[in-house]
Design a protein around this ligand. Structure first.
Ligand SMILES: [Ca+2]
Ligand SMILES: [Ca+2]
Ligand SMILES: [Ca+2]
Length: 384
């Protein structure tokens, strides 16, 4: 893959510049040898980012986004090799949520008219994944807008790489978060699936493609809905966060992994051949205790699990073939994201040897990251 050039020229640029101008600026600069475009702002206002707590690794700047794209989150690899990025704009949701497309080293709009949920009047796309039908599915986090089970699983019909209509395929989630397809089944974490006797609940749900093709599924909140594969309980700590199961992926043996955002517990799930749950284990890790798990991905060539430790502003590697030994790939202090320093990573995606990182930058209490701030950024790390 070609090396990616960070785009400092786009700092603070207007939406129009973000959507159409960054690559042109770069191409122009390259063609003319100009060091900078005179119309661009080259540095953010205010002091340089502090990074006094820790610095491990060397994350690089992938993109700088403008204020209309203030909270990047989910990443999906499309069949054509492009990446799709969700931007729920939860830090400032006066800006409509959108999906964007990463092609090579450029970023462009993909879908800017996502259907809003009728009662919250917001769209809130989180993780996303392409199904075996070639369509794109994304989970919604409406929990920030309503605690009343308004989150959905949505399907974007994709034809020749182009998005078409967007439909609800499942509703009634508390906080739909991560999605992953395995065969003809999509697995979805709900980070706020509470039960009558457990207000610290979360769950993994699963749905067969054929069921989603028959029309919208309506979950039954506060029940063990038949789509629930298994549930979890968050042990609330000094962050006060009770969100549970978050990132989700599976290893080379088909075993699933999820982690709790609120307390950092990592779980391994083994399924029976018929898809029912066989075993649910708490993963014992070596090296360090991870206090918070957001997005994660398993490299099934190596069975190394890469996860976003949102609270500690770090990317951790869990070596599933080596006693779940944890090593920190990258870690920064309280930054604004300038230059690609981590700014509360939420999602990772591996393509080739490049780890793409979304900097969510929307902190909770007692997180290393202290505030949502410009610049809004994506980072990357090229693995050895
Ligand atoms: Ca809850
Ligand atoms: Ca930032
Ligand atoms: Ca920040």
């Amino acid at each position: 893959m070609l090396p990616l050039t960070p785009k400092p020229l786009c700092l603070g640029a207007l939406a129009a510049a973000l959507l159409t101008g960054c690559n042109q600026q770069k191409d122009h600069a390259a063609a003319t040898g100009a060091a900078a475009d005179s119309t661009s702002v080259t540095s953010p206002a205010g002091p340089a980012p502090t990074d006094t707590v820790a610095k491990v690794g060397n994350p690089q700047l992938l993109f700088t986004l403008d204020d209309a794209h203030n909270t990047p989150d989910g990443l999906a690899l499309a069949p054509n090799g492009h990446l799709i990025l969700s931007v729920p704009n939860l830090a400032d949701n006066t800006q409509p949520a959108v999906l964007m497309e990463i092609v090579g080293d450029s970023l462009r709009p993909y879908l800017t008219n996502l259907p809003v949920e009728p009662t919250t009047k917001k769209a809130a796309p989180m993780d996303l994944a392409f199904g075996p039908d070639g369509n794109l599915y994304y989970a919604e986090n409406q929990y920030e807008n309503s605690k009343d089970y308004k989150s959905r699983l949505m399907r974007v019909t994709v034809t020749n790489g182009k998005p078409g209509k967007v439909e609800t395929v499942v509703d009634g989630f508390g906080l739909a978060n991560a999605v992953v397809w395995k065969g003809n089944t999509i697995y979805v974490t709900d980070s706020q699936w509470d039960l009558p006797a457990n207000d610290k609940g979360s769950a993994i749900m699963r749905f067969k493609l054929a069921e989603l093709q028959r029309g919208p599924v309506h979950l039954k909140p506060k029940t063990m809905d038949p789509h629930v594969l298994t549930t979890f309980t968050t042990t609330v700590n000094e962050t006060g966060v009770d969100n549970g199961a978050d990132g989700l992926d599976y290893d080379s043996q088909g075993r699933f992994y999820t982690g709790s955002f609120g307390d950092g517990t990592l779980y391994r799930l083994t399924l029976k051949p018929d898809g029912a749950l066989d075993k649910k284990e708490v993963l014992t890790t070596g090296g360090k205790r991870i206090p918070c798990v957001d997005g994660l991905i398993v490299d099934r060539n190596t069975d190394k699990l890469y996860l976003c430790n949102s609270r500690e502003n770090a990317i951790e590697i869990v070596d599933l073939k080596n006693n779940n030994q944890v090593t920190t790939l990258a870690k920064n202090g309280d930054t604004d994201g300038t230059g690609g320093l981590l700014d509360q990573p939420a999602e990772v995606l591996l393509k080739g040897n490049r780890l793409y990182i979304s900097d969510f930058d929307k902190p909770e209490k007692n997180f290393v990251n202290k505030k949502s701030d410009a610049p809004h950024t994506m980072s990357y790390i090229d693995l050895p």
